[in-house]
Design a protein around this ligand. Structure first.
Ligand code: HEC
Length: 284
């Protein structure tokens, strides 16, 4: 642990020196203006990275890692779980219905619109939530939101959106804007014993090395989920990764399905609008 702290402390010095898009907007919330400033910042900071390539996270900004990854992708480590996800998705519930019955277009090619804001409940709904809601509606128990069958089903649904681009909308509804602002605030707020924000690493230190890792730019950060991680040995959801990255700064992590992580996912996925859907992905 001491080595981790030393590495993070060294980064803290770096983080202080970088310029970054202004996190706080005075007055009315303006997601579209935020989106433009955010994407422009990364396009300017990484002029050699083609826009669509940001979905590849650390591989987009580091040649050595990219070469390793290209090797790995000859036999993607998530292939079996993706196949299981398809089977699960197509298996009927006890009542004879299936997941497809809960979604527009039978759930095929729709993942790029998640998370979305549900005007009825006033809540942000992630794809994972929608899968669980579908189960509950059909008399089935909820699944663990971090890994296992949930991650597999989500991986399959996401894979059917390949070729589409993220298209998350933030309607002009004060509750939707409040959720977006809460996610944004969380991303830029410093916390934990190390007093780091998500942005300290994924904006100011993007592309830099932290121990064996290359820190992925915040643009594209959520575009490849669910991911297979070597460190996990299986496939996991974004909620699972949020918990880990929160612990990284020695801050108390929230539950993977907490409201704040939903808001964070809403903010970050909105920032990825226009990027191609590529999940499932694979990471060290
Ligand atoms: C001390 C630096 C640091 C901080 C602070 C940090 N992260 Fe990370 N994060 C990393 C590293 C290193 C990785 C692994 C390499 C990578 O993919 O960026 C990572 C990976 C991720 C990933 C997976 C990206 C991918 O391509 O698979 C997500 C999502 C993420 N972080 C979100 C967050 C969020 C949200 C916060 C704030 C709660 C946060 N991180 C705070 C260093 C940090």
């Amino acid at each position: 642990m001491r080595r981790v702290i030393a590495a993070v402390a060294a980064l803290a010095m770096l983080a202080l020196t970088g310029a970054a898009p202004a996190p706080a907007t005075a007055g009315k919330s303006n997601p579209a203006a935020d989106l433009k400033a955010f994407q422009d910042y990364f396009k300017t900071s990484f002029p050699k990275v083609p826009f669509d390539d940001f979905v590849n996270g650390p591989y987009a900004v580091n040649k050595g890692m990219r070469a390793q990854w290209e090797q790995i992708m000859q036999f993607p480590p998530y292939d079996f779980e993706l196949a299981d996800g398809k089977k699960l998705f197509e298996t009927k519930f006890a009542n004879g219905k299936s997941y497809g019955d809960c979604f527009p277009d039978k759930g095929i090619g729709i993942a790029q619109t998640y998370p979305h804001f549900d005007a009825k409940t006033g809540q942000v709904v992630t794809l994972v939530d929608a899968i669980n809601a579908c189960r509950v509606t059909n008399g089935e128990a909820k699944l663990d939101v971090s890994k296992g069958p949930m991650a597999e089903i989500a991986a399959y649904m996401v894979s059917t959106s390949h070729g589409k681009r993220f298209d998350v909308t933030i309607p002009d509804d004060p509750r939707a804007l409040a959720a977006y602002e809460a996610g944004k605030q969380f991303f830029y707020s410093r916390r934990g014993q190390l007093n780091f924000s998500c942005a300290s690493c994924h904006v100011q230190s993007a592309g830099k090395r932290l121990r064996g890792d290359i820190i992925a730019p915040a643009l594209g950060l959520v575009a490849a989920f669910p991911i297979y991680r070597d460190a996990w040995g299986n496939i996991g959801t974004l909620g699972r990764r949020f918990v880990e990255c929160n612990a990284q700064v020695r801050a108390v992590a929230f539950k993977p399905d907490s409201t704040i992580y939903h808001d964070l996912e809403y903010f970050l996925t909105y920032m990825d609008n226009g990027l191609p859907v590529t999940g499932p992905g694979t990471r060290p």
